[in-house]
Design a protein. Structure first.
Length: 324
């Protein structure tokens, strides 16, 4: 083959590749986009997906449908996604910790997040607030730490269940602060809050929307947030990291696709998410739902999930979680 012929063939291949990517960008999506949620309606990922859907469908010029597939630690939802082609039209919207903790606490899990899913977009970070009841002997975070150290093993905390993000956050916090607190698991965060108000537990973690009514009525007192920095929505609330260096347990809300979905398609969806979360109306709705919107593409999400997974796995070891 002559040099001239080789250059012509190389140029033709390059042009063909460019045309494929251009086609992918211009023709995608070409049918309705489905957002699959691994929880029942009303949970945080479900709320986030529904807030995003309206803005995304205007940008993508295709209907964006939210479908709930709860159960199996995300297994039902991921199995559903795996049944569709890897063409970017069926996406998972979930909290990041679910993907990290499910393999630890569920035997024979039906999926492997690393093997089965590709990152698409970081949507935001949802803080949990550390809260106590109004009759507690400590009034702020510094008082709480001092009291816990002076009364080791006497305080207890409520969570929404064994292996929940509330459970793992509390275990990680106790380890970071060097305090000993006892775990009282409930079935769902809706049960742990009344237990707190009724003095059955001393502290708990919960989302801002769940707590604010109790705080405003004077029945509960916020001590701190579990994010690395103070929440944009509640800047007056101190972060646990101000007392335990680098503590960060705010959980991500993320979007993923079936493994093998072309990068061009994932980038297109990520761009649409970014436009949506930067919209003032969407940003306000997410803030009310307890989410600090932080859009990021596939690479940013992959890095964020890797960091989050390591923290979740370390906390699961502290909690002595075993598969059941």
């Amino acid at each position: 083959m002559t040099r001239g012929t080789f250059l012509k063939i190389s140029a033709a291949i390059a042009l063909q590749a460019l045309s494929i990517f251009a086609y992918a960008d211009s023709d995608f999506p070409n049918k309705p986009v489905k957002l699959v949620i691994p929880y029942a309606p009303g949970g945080l990922p479900d709320t986030v997906a529904r807030v995003l859907a309206e803005k995304m469908q205007a940008d993508l010029k295709q209907p964006v449908i939210v479908e709930n597939k709860p159960g199996g630690g995300g297994g039902v939802a991921v199995t559903a996604i795996k049944q569709y082609p890897a063409d970017g039209h069926t996406l998972l919207v979930t909290d990041g910790p679910l993907l990290a903790v499910s393999p630890i606490i569920i035997k024979n899990l039906k999926y492997d997040a690393q093997r089965d899913l590709d990152p698409v977009s970081l949507v935001g970070v949802a803080p949990l607030l550390l809260v106590t009841n109004s009759s507690a002997p400590f009034k702020n975070m510094q008082d709480f730490i001092q009291y816990a150290k002076e009364h080791p093993g006497e305080l207890n905390y409520g969570s929404s269940g064994i292996g929940s993000i509330h459970h793992l956050t509390a275990e990680a916090m106790a380890h970071s602060l060097g305090i000993d607190v006892r775990h009282v698991p409930f079935k769902g965060s809706s049960a742990s809050i009344p237990a707190l108000i009724g003095n059955q537990v001393d502290i708990t973690f919960a989302s801002p929307p769940t707590l604010m009514g109790f705080v405003q009525s004077g029945k509960a007192r916020i001590l701190a947030t579990n994010t690395l920095a103070r929440s944009k929505a509640n800047p007056d609330i101190p972060a646990i990291s101000e007392y335990a260096k680098n503590f960060d347990f705010g959980f991500t809300v993320v979007m993923l696709a079936k493994k093998g979905t072309p990068e061009a398609y994932r980038n297109r969806i990520s761009d649409s998410v970014k436009k949506a979360v930067n919209d003032p109306e969407v940003k306000s709705k997410l803030e009310k739902a307890g989410v600090d919107s932080i859009a990021g593409g596939p690479a940013e999400l992959a890095a964020k999930l890797a960091s989050e997974n390591s923290r979740v796995i370390a906390a699961a070891k502290l909690a002595n979680l075993k598969p059941e």
